[in-house]
Design a protein around this ligand. Structure first.
Ligand code: HEM
Length: 519
């Protein structure tokens, strides 16, 4: 009877009013379901617009919202953002990073790998189950895969990738001469060069990324990861990203069928073996591998751009670095000029230090961790199970406790051995134990590329403009280093001193690992 009356009432109302009412009921229930903040939890930052303010800001600004409020509340080492169904703790004090590391079994990055498999890579339920952590009922293949990546990106595996990488870089640097006086977008150029050199190094001569159309599909996928995440009819709601991803997946299936792995890196073999021996079918391995491009490229490309920017925009530093490379890493024989990558690592401390400073200065994303069980962080703050802990990079990278009173300045020699500093507080390659396995490869690649660029060329913003930071692309959700959000056109000129030389790189086996600062 009651049901009939309700049905009559609903059918007599206009549809828009019914939808509005249902929407309001859902929002009210959702807000009411918000759990209170326990006095032992970190202090809560309330939104300016009650109940929905944080959500509106997150939708508008993505994770950069957490950076913004962290910088506004520097006095708080940690605080709570109480969003219904997604309570978050935002950590801003470097001292608490140690506590996060000590509790890594309970505050973990791993659940996000599982989310990525389902929502970003689009894996089937069976594959997601295989990849899922053991402690959440899966077979733990994601963890096995990350464990397999670390050794594959050291020693012999790293040497092999570095050899392929420098061959790729040489071609791109030689190709620069074709621009003459014509201006080009520095970011787009770095993107193409790094995409080709990095992917050739991992997947070898038959890499799907050899095809420019496939490269473009990857970058459409990358740009739309945020839209794929809700997984609501992605064919429609994230059309470009979905199409790009599916094309890339098909290209990887072809790659495996054509025995592309035969000449690929130790890394590509290690990843393939882990997946196949755990029963994951080739079609799904291709899907997982398509997403591997995100780890490989999404930070490498913007880091390369900003490192170039930071070098060429500082004439005094540029001259110092040119001197350091000329004296210690450049081997000239007749008209051949060879840059030795091991010498860049061991004999050019200012260059390696400047690279890390550029990463500190430019990184602006957030490390994300999932809290499994209720726990006390640092014996002081209650963190509730099911919440998310964010560590935004910028507040930590500019914290005076670690970086002293010049934390806001670009200090190229900050990491020299002769300049001791407080340890910790560097998130550029993650927080232990979730440290980036690709850091040695990426550092060798970016530092070599930049070293050759500064030795061979002068670079100027087009139209004699000054070096002014381009606007940022805050929509990017996968990179720690935010890419520029507008073109940055430049012109270049071959330097008189070396313009008639034949340039190349040299890699020494066993010397690919960089002594980098990690969190
Ligand atoms: C300059 C370049 C790079 C930067 C700045 C960078 C940065 C990072 C950061 C910050 C994390 C940790 C994320 C977190 O804890 O929230 C990470 C993880 C990771 N990176 Fe990189 N990365 C770079 C290049 C690479 C490359 C070249 C590869 C592959 C060859 C790679 C593969 C990965 C993987 C697989 C993880 C996940 C590790 C885990 O789950 O424990 N990265 N990276």
């Amino acid at each position: 009877m009651l049901a009939n009356n309700f049905q009559e009432l609903v059918t007599s109302l206009p549809l828009s009013r019914v939808l509005l009412t249902v929407g309001l009921i859902i929002i009210t229930l959702w807000i009411v379901s918000r759990k209170n903040v326990d006095p032992r939890e970190p202090p809560e930052i309330k939104p300016t617009i009650p109940a929905v303010g944080h959500i509106i800001n997150l939708v508008r600004n993505g994770l950069s919202y957490y950076t913004k409020i962290s910088l506004e509340h520097r006095d708080l080492p940690i605080f709570t953002i109480n969003i219904p169904g997604a309570k978050s703790y935002v950590i801003t004090a470097p001292s608490l990073m140690l506590a996060v590391q000590r509790n890594s079994r309970n505050i973990s990055f791993d659940p996000f790998l599982d989310v990525a498999a389902s929502r970003i890579a689009g894996c089937s339920p069976a594959t997601c189950h295989a990849l899922l952590e053991k402690k959440r009922g899966g077979l733990g293949v994601n963890q096995l895969m990350v464990e397999a990546m670390h050794p594959a990106l050291l020693g012999e595996g790293l040497d092999g990738m570095n050899e392929a990488m420098v061959k790729g870089l040489k071609l791109w640097l030689d190709g620069l001469l074709q621009y003459g006086q014509t201006s080009f977008d520095l970011f787009e150029w770095c993107k193409e060069a790094m995409t080709v050199a990095s992917t050739d190094s991992v997947w070898g001569p038959l890499s799907p990324f050899k095809d420019k159309a496939v490269q473009d599909c990857f970058w459409e996928f990358e740009a739309g990861v945020g839209k794929l995440m809700p997984k609501v009819v992605p064919q429609i709601t994230a059309r470009k990203a979905w199409k790009g991803r599916e094309t890339l997946v098909r290209a990887f299936i072809q790659y495996y069928k054509a025995d592309g792995l035969k000449h690929a890196s130790v890394l590509a073999h290690a990843r393939y073996n882990v997946h196949v021996t755990n029963g994951i079918p080739i079609e799904e391995v291709a899907r997982i591998e398509a997403s591997m491009g995100l780890g490989l490229l999404s930070n490498t490309v913007p880091t390369t751009f900003w490192f170039m920017f930071d070098l060429f925009s500082r004439p005094k530093l540029l001259e110092q670095l040119r001197g350091e490379i000329k004296n210690n890493a450049l081997h000239v024989d007749g008209h051949n000029a060879i840059i030795d990558v091991a010498d860049l690592r061991d004999q050019c401390p200012l260059l390696v230090s400047t690279f890390q400073e550029s990463l500190r200065f430019r990184a602006s994303g957030a490390s994300t961790r999932f809290v499994y069980e209720d726990m006390m962080l640092d014996n002081k703050y209650l963190l509730k199970a099911g919440s998310i802990a964010y560590i935004p990079v910028r507040p930590v990278h500019s914290h005076p406790d670690v970086w002293s009173d010049n934390s806001k300045d670009f200090v190229p020699d900050r990491y020299l051995k002769s300049k001791p500093r407080k340890l910790g507080g560097f998130l550029g390659f993650g927080v232990s134990p979730s440290i980036c396995p690709g850091r040695h490869f990426a550092s060798g690649e970016i530092i070599s590329f930049a070293a050759a660029m500064i030795m061979r060329f002068d670079l100027f913003p087009a139209g004699s403009s000054p070096w002014i930071d381009p606007k940022l692309d805050l929509s990017s959700v996968v990179s720690t280093v935010t890419p520029p959000g507008e073109p940055f056109p430049v012109t270049l000129k071959a330097r008189e001193e070396y313009k008639d030389y034949e340039w190349d790189f040299r890699v020494t086996k066993g010397k690919g690992q960089f002594a980098l600062v990690i969190g």
